[in-house]
Design a protein around this ligand. Structure first.
Ligand code: GDP
Length: 478
């Protein structure tokens, strides 16, 4: 018995009555002051769609996130943007160009360092934070670790080259993450640039830009000739306004590790994106399985900072070990607390390694559906030929009911690649392979990440497996 219903409700910022209702659905009768066990609490947390913080019997981590921020404490914060798109379409160039729009960029002493993210301050005083590791690998890897970092994806499409395979992949990743997109049609300085064609072709991937009656902003830019950068930034800020991004700056800091490395001179260094609260020199914190005391905070120009608030990326010195990108970051009260939490996490990691990674399997999804915990079955489908693929996709999409649906994250012809595994992992989806195999890297990665690959050579078997899951084990009607 680890937590009272009231306490659980508080930590999730849900109403006590709703938690009790949810417990009843799970067959547990409890009053607001009664305690429930950790497993039950976990189920409830998942039901509400919250991110799970509990880790074990010891309840070491419950409450690590601190109190929930009430509305009146929230203040507007800068949007956090990731740039994605096909190779050579200008992601890096665009990030460099945008970086130099910072009003402080021209000031003395500034040699920019790559710390994994930077913030620009515009003439208007508004700010935008960019993660400067472009591409969907980093984006998806973060997501796979449970970190939600990006508010907006800027999809870069070269106007002379148009939609390419990685453009489509990026669209898929953004969509799977539920992150809105702003399209940057780049290289419009080129004589063979055809931005209209880009807008048209985006339609085929269900990205409808404003000019064609949709809601997605598409801005023509040239990273090289520095055209349209201000318009792109305006579009990002407009999108951000719609999202109403807010955070409480007046609390202990929490965020995500964007990058971490062991620096020869400085020891372990991590770039942290603060998501709420304000991080200060002297703060004691936990980052993944490591902890530390902030010795110094540096921005992307190497300038010392005394503090960093929401949406601000900073390099943090003072770690006792090197955390991983995607690890959560949290300021705690005391060194004792930091040691307790990290000791616990390190032990847990060891145990998990011994047991093997939790598998993302079709069976597991089925049982989740059965328990009413999942309303959809996400899958990645790869097939040998277009005809089979269409047949499979056709049958699976028709199969859904009001209660459970198959959600196809990605379907394509060809063997299974690492990119498929990353995508599947990020959404806890199995991969369904029809007459195709995984390459060695993908197989190893799937093994390592615990992503199930199910191989089929008869469409009927495949469809039958999925159907029996969906129709035989429907979510109970409540
Ligand atoms: P990434 O692979 O998406 O990061 O692309 P890069 O930023 O490395 O750019 C690929 C190539 O396109 C480089 O040679 C850039 O100089 C060039 N490039 C990038 N943006 C523009 C642009 O706006 N106009 C022109 N003409 N070339 C560009």
């Amino acid at each position: 018995e680890v937590i009272t219903v009231q306490e659980l409700a508080n930590r999730m910022a849900e109403r006590g009555a709703d938690v009790i209702k949810q417990l009843m659905r799970l067959g547990v009768m409890a009053t607001i002051n009664q305690s429930i066990d950790a497993d039950t609490a976990e189920l409830v947390v998942q039901e509400f769609g919250h991110r799970l913080k509990r880790v074990a019997e010891s309840d070491v981590e419950i409450g690590l996130e601190g109190e929930v921020d009430v509305d009146e404490n929230l203040e507007p914060r800068a949007p956090v943007v990731t740039v994605m798109g096909h190779v050579d379409h200008g992601k890096t160039s665009l990030l460099d160009a945008l970086r130099s729009t910072d009003v402080a960029a021209g000031e003395a002493g500034g040699i920019t360092q790559h710390i994994g993210a930077y913030q620009v301050k515009l003439g208007s005083g508004q700010k935008i934070t960019f993660l400067d590791t472009p591409g969907h690998e980093a984006f998806t890897a973060m997501r796979a670790r449970g970190a939600k970092v990006t508010d907006i994806v800027v999809l870069v499409v070269a106007a002379d080259d148009g939609i390419m395979p990685q453009t489509v992949e990026a669209i898929r990743h953004a969509r799977a993450a539920g992150v809105p997109m702003v399209v940057a049609i780049n290289k419009i300085d080129k004589p063979d640039a055809n931005p209209n064609k880009v807008r048209q072709n985006l339609l085929q991937h269900e990205v409808v830009v404003e000019e064609l009656g949709g809601e997605v902003q598409a801005i023509e830019v040239s990273a090289k000739s520095r055209i349209g950068l201000d318009k792109l930034e305006e579009a990002i800020l407009l999108q951000a306004e719609i999202l109403e991004l807010r955070a409480n700056p007046n609390r202990e800091a929490a965020g995500v590790v964007i990058e971490a490395k062991l620096d020869r001179g400085r020891g372990p260094v991590a770039t942290v994106l603060v998501q709420k609260g304000t991080l200060k020199v002297g703060d004691i914190f936990v980052a993944g399985s490591e902890w530390g005391k902030v010795r110094a905070l540096l921005n992307d120009r190497g300038d010392q900072q005394t503090e960093a608030g929401p949406a601000v990326p900073v390099e943090v010195l003072g770690l006792t070990g090197t955390p991983s990108a995607g690890d959560d970051f949290q300021v705690v009260d005391s060194e004792a607390r930091a040691r307790e939490v990290t000791a616990f996490r390190q032990r847990r990691t060891k145990e998990q390694r011994a047991v093997g990674t939790a598998r993302v399997s079709l069976e597991q999804m089925f049982s989740k559906i059965k328990e009413g915990q999942a309303k959809e079955l996400p899958v990645v489908i790869k097939a040998d030929v277009q005809g089979s693929l269409e047949a499979i996709v056709g049958s699976l999409t028709k199969m859904g009911t009001d209660e459970v649906q198959v959600r196809i994250l990605h379907d394509a012809v060809g063997g299974i690649t690492e990119s498929d595994v990353t995508l599947a992992k990020a959404s806890n989806a199995p991969i369904i392979a029809f007459n195709v195999r995984a390459n060695k890297q993908a197989r190893e990665m799937a093994d390592h990440e615990g992503v199930e690959i199910r191989y089929y050579s008869i469409i009927y078997d495949l469809v039958d497996d999925v159907k029996s899951a969906l129709s035989g084990l429907l979510a109970p009607t409540l």
